[in-house]
Write a protein of this length. Structure first.
Length: 398
């Protein structure tokens, strides 16, 4: 039975900030729960979904109380559209997580193929004897030691999104970390002291065009995450160009959904447990809902809806900021690859996309070379934003 939500005064800016952070984290966690068949992470997604329901309720009440005239009501209508879309994203992420909890999952053959193709997200709770407790992430250097970077932490009922090097790890903290699968065992040993038990995926039959399905699932995950990030970028910079890119991603997601549905129907005769294929169908539907919701956020910009300043403040004060920076002449990063620059490690910033001349490079790879005039759309910590801006500036300006 759904609990009654009790109204309490909340700052609109704080509500929107938390909705943005929560919805983005939920998308990442939900896909990881399915790709790696992790029920603990799936349960966390459902807890966050309940939190988003409460935040959406308070956002609506606060907006109604805050409108003191027609002009302010018009600006708040855009904020409400974004809040509603954020809640749709969370609901879709919850549906993805339920694929694991309802034992639909993915075909074992697909899981085995994906495990070597994508970095994983893991959830681990620090024990009382963990050497991590009482130290900051900067002191621990987990990414250097294990290859895993902490993307979020839960302390009792409180969440810390995008923790930085100054964030202290405490006993019984729940860490959510992302990185190569081989790093999970090392992180688990540091946090718990025990041995990590890997899940094995017993394959039974060889499914035709398995690579196609793997590519589709991974692309749907990447496009969903990118669409949400770019949608928030579009409203932050009130940039129609980025908003149009979200539209393009939404159309691309439609095609991938049709492609995955077709693959499921063709492959049905090769799979003994059709529940696994049902899981793929649920994944396709929910992924499309996420991209549609991201498009709703970007639509605010495309329809020239003037946003209330409170939303811009909320995005800028998010624990994970989104920034746009253009590479100046003689900047130190020109001619170097993203892999060589190690921006995530050195600055804490993740490059989501690069604008080059009249085209965009989505999810740029380690081999992508930075050129003069490139515009980087990146997300990360506020301190990292300053470092990235410095690296992209000419020596006399930095």
């Amino acid at each position: 039975m759904t609990e009654e939500i009790e109204y309490r005064p909340m700052n609109v800016k704080d509500i929107l900030k938390e909705m943005k952070d929560t919805s983005e984290l939920m998308v990442d966690l939900a896909y990881s729960a399915v790709l790696y068949d992790d029920e603990d992470i799936a349960e966390e997604v459902l807890h966050l979904e309940e939190k988003m329901d409460v935040l959406d309720y308070h956002a609506r009440i606060a907006a109604m109380l805050g409108a003191r005239g027609v002009e302010e009501a018009e600006m708040l209508s855009g904020v409400l559209q974004i809040a509603s879309a954020a809640e749709k994203i969370s609901n879709a992420a919850g549906d993805i997580a339920k694929i694991v909890l309802k034992k639909l999952g993915l075909p074992p053959e697909l899981k085995a193929a994906i495990s070597g193709a994508e970095e994983t997200v893991t959830r681990v709770r620090t024990s009382s004897k963990s050497p991590l407790a009482g130290k900051t992430l900067g002191e621990l250097e987990l990414e250097t030691e294990t290859g895993m970077r902490v993307i979020a932490m839960r302390r009792d009922l409180d969440w810390i999104y995008g923790p930085d090097e100054k964030t202290m790890v405490m006993r019984d903290d729940v860490l959510f970390a992302k990185g190569p699968e081989e790093g999970v065992e090392m992180l688990y040993k540091l946090a718990v002291g025990g041995k990590y038990q890997r899940k094995s995926h017993a394959t039974q039959v060889l499914i035709e065009d398995l690579d196609k399905a793997v590519d589709l699932v991974i692309d749907m995950k990447n496009v969903s995450e990118l669409a949400v990030g770019l949608a928030y970028s579009a409203v932050l910079f009130y940039n129609k160009e980025i908003a149009h890119e979200v539209e393009i991603l939404e159309a691309k997601m439609d095609e991938m959904k049709y492609g995955l549905e077709h693959w499921v129907l063709v492959s049905a005769k090769h799979v003994t447990d059709i529940d696994h294929l049902r899981g793929l169908l649920h994944l396709a539907i929910s992924s499309e809902v996420i991209s549609d919701a991201a498009d709703e956020i970007a639509d605010v910009v495309l329809r020239d809806i003037e946003l209330h300043p409170v939303f811009m403040l909320a995005v800028r004060e998010s624990d994970e900021v989104i920034t746009k920076v253009t590479v100046s002449e003689q900047a130190e990063i020109i001619g170097k690859t993203l892999g060589a620059l190690r921006l995530e490690t050195e600055t804490g910033m993740f490059v989501m996309a690069i604008r080059r001349a009249d085209r965009w490079l989505y999810s740029p790879k380690d081999k992508t070379v930075i050129e003069i005039g490139d515009t980087l759309i990146a997300r990360g910590t506020r301190d990292g934003e300053e470092l990235l801006i410095g690296m992209c500036s000419s020596p006399e300006l930095s």
